[in-house]
Design a binder for this molecule. Structure first.
Ligand code: ZN
Ligand code: ZN
Ligand code: FE
Length: 765
């Protein structure tokens, strides 16, 4: 006989782990107990030695589907007198770091039940079991037990309680277990909040009204969605109008995989993600582009598509067989955070929607849908890491001695919290210039620190003095004793990619390409080549800086940037009237901006690759202004016409104080010549992309010659560009470089907090 204590860390709470352990113990004649702790699951197991070995083997080899074991620690302890195996209630004992389990899409067993008229859960949208349902979004504190979630107020009825107590039931210890008798309920209201119907009738009516072209706000498990039929042009246009969202793409939800395949190309890997418990929005190539798809994702080859991931979604499709695709976009006004609260939704969304489908379960943390794509080389690329992924911990390639809070960037904000060797990257918070998003940001940081029981001793933030996250970080009313550590934006970018690839502290060539980030010389960087490790960096090469006439304004009115690039490239002797891209701009405005550039008034310098993309897409005639970040660059990528005979444009590399500067003046002159020769935007875009790839190749080769370093790390929003990402990697690998890029952490500013953590926490490496 022997007795062991087994401590399991990872995603082991809220995924049916304790019941699984219970059943495994019974099958192997093991006595003892299992319980949740803040750090994972603790088992004490007693039995014959071979039984114990098999018991542990089975736990390692076939744990529950949604669990993820990250560590098992076993030690022998003295025998005890006992019989049977028990599941204990959780306690607050502290071991390692806990996990906050992400939400999991409704499983196939549960979705079958709600569609089966003989089942007692027929048409009940909150049906879940131990393998599925909300987690993070309903958790108030750890451990993950019903009384620590917003299910607390729903007392299980006798039948549900029986399931909950029965070890052979799928709902044994399922914390969200409920039914129509005892659980949350839905209700339909008009846009003013007057109740029309409840429960099954409400769902049926909702489906009918959507099929009839009406616009809805539907409260999901993690926030409100704005919903309409994706084949109703009128509804889509009305939604755009009312939501003040002119061109930014909407996501859609498809009835099933077959529907997706009807309209989009789907690879095996993409199917895997679509049908996974994370159920993200996947960006898929459209097969055709009818008018309604053009309205949903304007000037875009891709459509963001997801599958139903909660009971309510399945039931709506079930009610109206004519519905194939639903527009499903975050329920917010303009760029505000996703609505989670009924009253707030009624206040903010009643001008946008015709009806509401509410429910009465509280959403503790709102969480947007995650967005991903799969690259042609089959590597996943996260664009927005949120529902279904956050806040699962990321293992660091080193150990932190002090707990760190990293406040992140300003747009696409996330923050991160790290301790020991675990890092928790928050779900997507959004654009902190929005006051509501900023309020939620502060609240959410508090919530994470509370749930994780972490008191930061180091607070890291972006070196940009005007980021809202920076102002938050340096204000003294928040952990006044913590050390404040500023981190440069592009250093954070590269380090986040190093963390993701588990690179230990060694020097790499970092290529950081994005729109804007604050640099050491107080100018805006973004076309950067750094030699760096976690403790520091050296700027070794960058794009030639160009003036941004009007600063922030130029980032929206990209014709200003285009004019600036052209004036820089031609010195004199150009005539702006020759350029089609300025035709729609008021002549007086053009003259004013020209004067700004000539006299250097309100013209910050930027070396951002994103700005170079803006300029070229404008010069090509694609657009003169943008309505959301990255729009022009995405369109330039979208029009690429690949022709193997295309060559890159010329560029110069000049050396200044041991720093290489990529001079693109000749590139711009060649592009302007191509335009005069009436070359298509597709061809110019292709040649431009080849040029940027060539720039990366040339600089990395030069830096390799200088330093001998063969490892290149890629980060920054520009690497969301599929053509660029895939071909930069190819070019570098062909030349013998080892290339690291982002996969499950977005390359855009969402990754900044991860890099900040690594830099600030690794001072002792
Ligand atoms: Zn289930
Ligand atoms: Zn019940
Ligand atoms: Fe950035």
């Amino acid at each position: 006989m022997k007795r062991v204590e087994i401590l399991i860390s990872g995603i082991v709470q809220g995924v049916g782990f304790r019941p699984f352990v219970y059943r495994t113990a019974s099958a192997h004649n093991i006595s003892g107990f299992v319980k949740n702790t803040v750090s994972g699951v603790l088992i004490e197991a007693q039995g014959e030695k071979p039984d114990i070995d098999n018991f542990i083997l089975h736990i390692r080899q076939s744990p529950p589907a949604s669990s993820k074991i990250k560590g098992i620690h076993i030690r022998s302890i003295p025998l005890k007198k006992e019989s049977g195996f028990r599941i204990f209630k959780s306690n607050g004992q502290f071991w390692q770091r806990p996990e906050i389990p992400p939400d999991i899409a409704i499983c196939s067993k549960c979705s079958e039940e709600i569609l089966n008229s003989k089942d007692r859960r027929y048409f009940y949208p909150f049906t879940n079991c131990v393998d599925c349902g909300p987690r993070f979004t309903i958790i108030k504190s750890l451990s993950y037990d019903r009384e620590n979630t917003s299910m607390e107020e729903f007392r299980m009825c006798a039948e549900c309680a029986r399931e909950y107590r029965n070890p052979d039931d799928r709902r044994f210890h399922a914390q969200t277990n409920c039914c129509e008798k005892c659980g949350p309920t839905v209700f339909l209201t008009d846009s003013e909040g007057s109740i029309i119907s409840r429960n099954q009738a409400a769902i049926r009516k909702t489906a009918e009204l959507i099929a009839d072209g009406k616009i809805f706000a539907i409260k999901g498990i993690d926030g409100f969605h704005l919903v309409c039929d994706a084949f109703s042009l009128f509804a889509i246009k009305t939604l755009r109008d009312r939501k003040k969202r002119e061109e930014k793409p909407f996501a859609v939800m498809a009835r099933n995989l077959e529907t997706i395949e009807k309209y989009c190309f789907v690879s095996r890997k993409e199917k895997e993600f679509l049908t996974s418990g994370s159920a993200p929005i996947m960006l898929l190539r459209k097969k055709e582009n009818p008018e309604n798809f053009e309205q949903i994702a304007p000037k875009n080859r891709y459509l963001g598509v997801m599958l139903p991931y909660s009971g309510i979604h399945h039931l709506i499709f079930e009610c109206e067989q004519s519905l194939e695709l639903l527009v499903m976009t975050s329920g917010n006004y303009s760029e505000q955070p996703i609505c989670t609260d009924n009253k707030q939704a009624l206040r903010l969304l009643s001008d946008i929607v015709d009806f509401f489908l509410f429910h009465n379960r509280e959403i503790i943390s709102g969480c947007d849908d995650s967005v991903m794509r799969v690259l042609p080389d089959h590597k996943p690329l996260m664009i927005r890491r949120s529902r279904g992924f956050s806040p699962e911990s990321i293992q660091l390639p080193f150990v932190f001695e002090k707990p760190v809070l990293a406040c992140g960037g300003n747009i696409k904000n996330t923050f991160s919290v790290a301790m020991n060797n675990s890092l928790y990257m928050s779900h997507h918070i959004g654009d902190l210039d929005n006051p509501d998003a900023f309020d939620i940001y502060a609240l959410t940081i508090d919530r994470y620190l509370n749930i994780l029981k972490i008191k930061p001793e180091i607070i890291a933030y972006d070196a940009h003095p005007e980021y809202n996250s920076t102002m938050f970080a340096v204000s003294q009313d928040f952990f006044p004793d913590a050390v404040r550590t500023p981190v440069y934006h592009h250093h954070a970018h590269i380090c986040s990619c190093m963390v993701e690839n588990k690179i230990e502290n060694r020097t790499v060539i970092g290529v950081a390409f994005d729109g804007t980030g604050y640099g050491e010389d107080d100018t805006l960087w973004g076309g950067e080549f750094l030699l760096c490790d976690y403790s520091g960096f050296e700027r070794k090469a960058h794009l030639r800086p160009v003036k941004l006439p009007g600063g922030e304004l130029a980032i929206k009115q990209i014709w200003r940037i285009a004019l600036s690039f052209v004036m820089d490239a031609f010195d004199e002797g150009y005539d702006s009237r020759l350029f089609g891209f300025l035709k729609e701009i008021d002549v007086k405005k053009i003259e004013m901006v020209k004067r700004m550039i000539e006299t250097n008034v309100n013209c910050p310098y930027s070396s951002g690759l994103g700005r170079f993309f803006d300029a070229v897409s404008c010069i090509c005639g694609l657009r003169t202004q943008i309505s959301f970040e990255g729009q022009a660059a995405a369109e330039l990528e979208s029009v690429i016409k690949e022709d193997p005979s295309d060559r890159p444009y010329k560029f110069d590399i000049v050396k200044n104080d041991d720093i290489f500067i990529i001079d693109h003046r000749i590139t711009i002159r060649e592009i302007v010549r191509d335009i005069k020769e009436k070359k298509s935007a597709g061809q110019i875009s292709h040649r431009f992309h080849l040029t940027v790839i060539r720039m990366v190749y040339e600089i990395c080769t030069l830096l390799h010659k200088q330093t001998g370093i063969k490892e290149v790390v890629l980060s920054g929003g520009s690497f969301q560009n599929v053509f660029l990402s895939v071909n930069v990697r190819k070019a570098l690998e062909r030349a013998g470089f080892t290339v690291y890029s982002h996969t499950m952490i977005p390359p855009n500013d969402a990754c900044i907090s991860v890099g900040q953590c690594a830099v600030a926490g690794s001072f002792n490496l």
